[in-house]
Design a protein around this ligand. Structure first.
Ligand SMILES: NC(=O)c1ccc[n+]([C@@H]2O[C@H](COP(=O)([O-])OP(=O)(O)OC[C@H]3O[C@@H](n4cnc5c(N)ncnc54)[C@H](O)[C@@H]3O)[C@@H](O)[C@H]2O)c1
Length: 253
């Protein structure tokens, strides 16, 4: 066993969707640093190009467009590893939520994930190998007021990926979720702008701070690589201890 190359991705084609920002951008760069040929896809082509630079390939893709997803699979296959990060949140209480907002969050976070797993899982199954990596959240497990639909999609994505693991496992395809804690990206800019909110989140986890998006990249490389060859149907928490620690009170000694 060549343990020194356990995390290497030489010869693998990795498609990162959401590569124009935050966790997707850092994941694309880390995957490339481990030898992968990376296609950086995003609805925002300029942002994808900024990630890709001169070494990687940028690709314009709106995952809400079913035909575009099918076209991407036809144009980009063979894809050995699929990573998708695109998601949105509307932080509002249930009684204030509109049906339009519900549809918007479910369409991107859940429906588009389903379409991607179908479009790229098919080729992987035919070739007998592949790794599918989606992004759940601490909100797939724990909630607070205002997280209803986002939390439901993040829990739903876990079950979608577990079922993909069950259905595609016999064909050699793995499917896993990563569940981040609070990460400083454009998705959470609304929270960072409110000091009380930002500090409360920092204190909730065991490490007492937020994550940088680069701190999620190791989990992506791991699940993409042969280091995770027996890992499927799992949820990998990268949350600084958020879901481990209750956090309401430190009892006296
Ligand atoms: N940031 C956090 O604190 C945090 C915490 C838990 C989970 N997550 C999850 O991690 C993932 C990545 O989050 P992030 O903070 O990096 O997000 P982000 O908003 O920084 O990046 C998302 C990217 O997806 C792209 N995108 C949006 N809609 C698209 C579409 N229709 N088609 C193609 N691309 C589209 C955007 O252009 C953007 O580049 C998400 O699934 C999110 O739910 C994030």
């Amino acid at each position: 066993m060549d343990y020194a190359s356990l995390f290497r991705l030489d010869g693998k084609h990795v498609l990162v969707i959401g590569a124009g920002s935050g966790i997707g951008r850092e994941s694309a760069l880390a995957l490339a640093a481990h030898g992968a040929r990376v296609t950086c896809a995003d609805r925002d082509l300029v942002a994808a190009q900024e990630t890709a630079g001169s070494e990687l390939t940028a690709y314009e893709l709106d995952v809400l467009d079913d035909a575009a997803v099918e076209r991407a699979a036809a144009e980009l296959d063979p894809v050995d590893v699929l990573v998708f990060t695109a998601a949105t949140n509307v932080r509002k209480r249930i009684l204030d939520y509109t049906s339009e907002e519900f549809d918007r969050v479910v369409s991107l976070n859940l429906r588009a994930s389903f379409q991607l797993i179908r479009a790229f899982g098919r080729g992987m199954a035919e070739r007998g190998s592949g790794s599918i990596i989606g992004f759940s959240s601490i909100r797939g497990t724990t909630v607070e007021p205002g997280q209803s639909v986002y939390a439901a999609t993040k829990a739903g994505l876990v079950q979608l990926l577990r079922t993909a693991a069950a259905e595609l496992g016999p064909s050699g395809v793995r499917a896993n979720a990563i569940a981040p804690g609070v990460v400083e990206t454009p998705l959470t800019a609304q929270i960072k702008a409110n000091k009380g909110w930002y500090d409360a989140y920092a204190q909730k986890g065991a490490l007492g701070r937020w994550a940088q998006p680069s701190e999620l990249a190791g989990a992506v490389v791991y699940l993409a690589s042969d280091a995770a060859s027996f890992v499927t149907g799992s949820v990998l928490a990268v949350d600084g201890g958020w879901t481990a620690v209750d956090g309401r009170f430190d009892p006296p000694n």
